[in-house]
Structure formats: C-alpha cells, structure tokens
Design a protein around this ligand. Structure first.
Ligand SMILES: Cc1cc2nc3c(=O)[nH]c(=O)nc-3n(C[C@H](O)[C@H](O)[C@H](O)COP(=O)(O)OP(=O)(O)OC[C@H]3O[C@@H](n4cnc5c(N)ncnc54)[C@H](O)[C@@H]3O)c2cc1C
Length: 420
C-alpha cells in the first residue's frame, strides 16, 4: 500500500493525476521495475472522468463525420488493445468487467449525416477492423473477435424498443460499454497492491517548473504544502493538463474546449432489462447503456451539457459535480429532464429510478458544437503523448484510448531514462 510522504521528497518519476491515464501509466512503469510517485487531488484514485463516463469502448462508429477515418482508426486501435493492456495492470479482472448490451445506432431525423453516409462510414470502419484482426491474432474487442461490426436494419426492422417517430433508420452494432465503477475498483486495488507506487491522495498540484536539472512539483495537501523534485514527470491531469503544459513551456494545439456533461445512472424497469443499448446519431442527442445488473447509464446532450469554456482550465465550480457532489434539487431536476427526453425515444425508460447524477469534464478541440458538421469536435486526432526533456503530457482523448497512450507514456519515460 502506498504511504504518505514527508513534506518534500525526491522522486525518479512523478505521475500527476490518478485517473485511468495516470494509474495505467504508473502501473505500467511499476511493472517494469520503475518506482513511481502518483499524486492525486482527490482522496481516492479514479474518482473523476474515468469513473463518471459512459464506459463505451468506441470502435470508431460515432466519429462518422471525420471523413479521413483517422479518428476511427485511433479509436479502433484503442478498443482492440483495451482488454489486453488492462490485463497487464489488473490481471484477470480485465476479462470479467461487466459489459452493457450491444448498442443500436439510431439515426435521428435531423442527423447531420444521412443513413447512407453513416453506412459508408461503418463499412469503412469494418474494413479497417478486418485488417487489424487479420494482421494481429493477439487483439480482441473486450474478449471477442466478431466477424461483423454492424448490420443495417431493414425498413421497419429497427428493434421495437424504440419510438421511430424520432428516427429514420438504425444499425445493430457490436459496440458495448464497460461498467466504469468495476474498472475503478479494480484499478484502485491494483494501485494499493503495487509495491512500486507511492500513491499520494489529497495532493493537489499547483505548479510544475524546471529547477536545477530536475522537475519541481509543488502543491497543497491537508497538512499544508508539499514539494517533489523528480527526474521525470507525466502530466495526466485531463481538464487541468493544458494549464500545466503552458506553465512549463510545452505548447499544445490551440482551440481546445472543455465541456461539462452530466449523466444519470438509474435502475431501469424490469421489463426493459436486457434491452438494447442505444446511441442516437449524428448530432446533439443521447445514449443509453443498458447494463447487466439492471441499471443503465443515460445521457441527453442538450440537457446534460451544462458548461462550455475555452479557458485554459475549467472554472472551480465544475469541481463538485465532477467529484459526484450535486445539490439534491439540481440532481432531481436533471434526472427528471434527461429521463423524460430519453423516454420519448426509448419508451419506458422514464420509469427508471435514478441512483446517481454526476458529471465529468470532456476535453476536446472545437469552436462550435456537435450539431455543426464542420465542428472540430467530430475529430479526435489531436491526442497522444507529447514529450520534452523528461516531461510527458498525455491527452488520452477518450477512455477507449487511455490505456494505449498510458503505455506509450511509459515507453517515453523509459526511453528518456535510457538516454540519460
Ligand atoms: C460524461 C462523459 C462521458 C464519456 N463517455 C465516454 C465513453 O463512453 N467512452 C470513452 O472512450 N470516453 C468517454 N468519455 C471520456 C473519458 O471519460 C476521458 O477521456 C477519460 O476518462 C480521461 O481519463 P483521464 O485519466 O485522463 O482523466 P480523469 O479520470 O479525469 O483523471 C484525471 C485525474 O487528475 C486529477 N487532477 C486534476 N487536476 C489535478 C491537480 N491540480 N492536482 C492533482 N490532481 C489533479 C483528477 O482529480 C483526476 O483524478 C466521457 C467523458 C465524460 C465526461
């Protein structure tokens, strides 16, 4: 189990931020025998976006408006390595993460792409997928290697669960979501069990700078202030990442946007258990991920989107919902409105009993929202690891691609160490 540190300390490698990105980077380094200090502002690891998201492991289907296929290619790469990478860090628990039912893609009447255009994209993604599995027998999508990724529903053939007044077509897909709570528990256990990780909860990072050939990190904790001088730093701070990159002189692409998005997790009525999960495309719509335990993740973008900023970091007011702390009245009204919007499209879902309402920050690039076909939000290729002189900044892009880039960050750390 990691221990609390004295106020100032020396570390070989400091990883900042204990979401999936930071935890996976730390576990990968520890596995290679590299000692890591992992600093996190919250009392526990995996308490923010990596916990409070939908958990969909994207095959690239939703990024149909990036006609270059580059976003889909990255998501596929992440999805097809997700389970095997996780198993390096959490062992057999990676094989037993509870999965949602497969997603039906429902094409909204005012979708920014037509059913035919969407099908072209899905066919192209499927070809990419086939190439991947042909060339690499070791990869899988959460433990399986389906022969097809999608099937277009014939007219009148969309599952009856949905109200087709709102949709002009549908596709059955192989995409599923994992249970993010189960993932968080497994990752926290792995950090606790790792002898190579000094985990520092409640350590908020305030600054990073170069000092005397080292990287100096300073921050606050419940006892006051703390400082670490490290040989190398991995910045896995998600919505606060860009601010620290700027502080140390690392340039990231401009044009970022931070969005605050709420979700509802609810107990669904017995009659809907085992029903299809749904993604409504392509535009500002919603998702329902139906889980095996009788709960579902529900989101409706026009209601759930409660914050949008191009500032370098989101406002402090986002902190509470991103930690799961929401006033009762707000929680009730968001749940009612989101369930209502979903119920109109997925009848019966409105009878679900909300269990929790919380939020997460989404980091991406774009000036306009997803209803604009030319918005850069349809592209998620400006992601990955940027390394300069022992400082490594990781933009994982999505949960799907976080393990891929965490492993890459660990590679960069080891390469830098070998060159020193
Ligand atoms: C509502 C929602 C739905 C989503 N759905 C999906 C989906 O279905 N599929 C998908 O692939 N992706 C999805 N995403 C995106 C996904 O959640 C993120 O890409 C991913 O979780 C980011 O992981 P992370 O470890 O970088 O960030 P986080 O999990 O947020 O970890 C960052 C950590 O850094 C800590 N931190 C930040 N600032 C400081 C500081 N100053 N000092 C110390 N610690 C600090 C935070 O407390 C946090 O623990 C969704 C996101 C949201 C919000």
């Amino acid at each position: 189990m990691g221990t609390r540190v004295s106020r100032n300390r020396r570390a070989a490698i400091a990883v900042l931020g204990a979401g999936l990105t930071g935890v996976a980077t730390a576990l990968e380094l520890a596995r290679r025998g590299v000692r890591v200090t992992l600093a996190e502002q919250d009392p526990r690891a995996v308490n923010r976006a990596s916990l409070r998201n939908e958990g969909k492991i994207h095959l690239g289907l939703v990024y149909a408006n990036d006609r270059t296929l580059a976003t889909a290619q990255l998501q596929l790469e992440g999805a097809l390595s997700f389970r095997s990478l996780l198993s390096r860090w959490i062992g057999p628990r990676a094989d037993t993460l509870p999965l949602s039912t497969p997603f039906v893609y429902l094409v909204a009447r005012d979708s920014i792409l037509t059913v035919d255009q969407l099908e072209q994209h899905y066919a192209a993604v499927e070809s990419l997928y086939r190439e991947h599995v042909r060339h690499d027998p070791g990869i899988d999508y959460l433990g399986s290697r389906p022969t097809r990724l999608y099937e277009r529903c014939p007219p009148g053939g969309v599952p009856q669960a949905f109200n087709m007044d709102h949709f002009i077509g549908g596709f059955l897909t192989q995409e599923v979501a994992i249970d993010t709570k189960a993932l968080a528990l497994a990752l926290r256990d792995a950090v606790g069990e790792s002898e190579g990780i000094d985990f520092l909860p409640e350590h908020k990072v305030l600054s990073v700078e170069r000092a005397n050939g080292l990287l100096r990190i300073e921050g606050t904790n419940p006892n006051g202030t703390w400082r670490i001088d490290a040989d190398q730093v991995v910045n896995a701070l998600w919505e606060n990442r860009i601010a620290f990159d700027r502080m140390i002189g690392v340039n990231c692409p401009t044009g970022w946007v931070h969005r605050l998005k709420y979700r509802v997790v609810a107990q669904i009525p017995g009659k809907l258990r085992g029903g299809p999960s749904a993604t409504m495309v392509l535009g500002p719509y919603g998702d329902v991920a139906v889980r095996a335990d009788g709960t579902a993740y529900l989101s409706w973008y026009p209601i759930g989107l409660q914050g949008w900023t191009h500032e370098i970091s989101p406002p402090a007011a986002w902190n509470s919902p991103c930690r799961g702390e929401i006033e009762e009245a707000k929680s009730r009204s968001l749940a009612r409105d989101i369930l209502g919007a979903i119920d109109a499209r997925y009848p019966g879902m409105g009878e679900s009993r909300p269990i929790l309402v919380d939020a997460g920050a989404i980091v991406a690039y774009g000036k306009t929202d997803v209803d604009d076909a030319s918005s850069a939000l349809h592209d998620r290729t400006q992601i990955g690891v940027t390394s300069i002189e022992g400082y490594h900044s990781v933009d994982p892009g999505k949960l799907t691609t976080a393990p891929l880039f965490a492993k890459r960050a660990a590679d960069h750390v080891c390469e830098f160490e070998a060159q020193r």
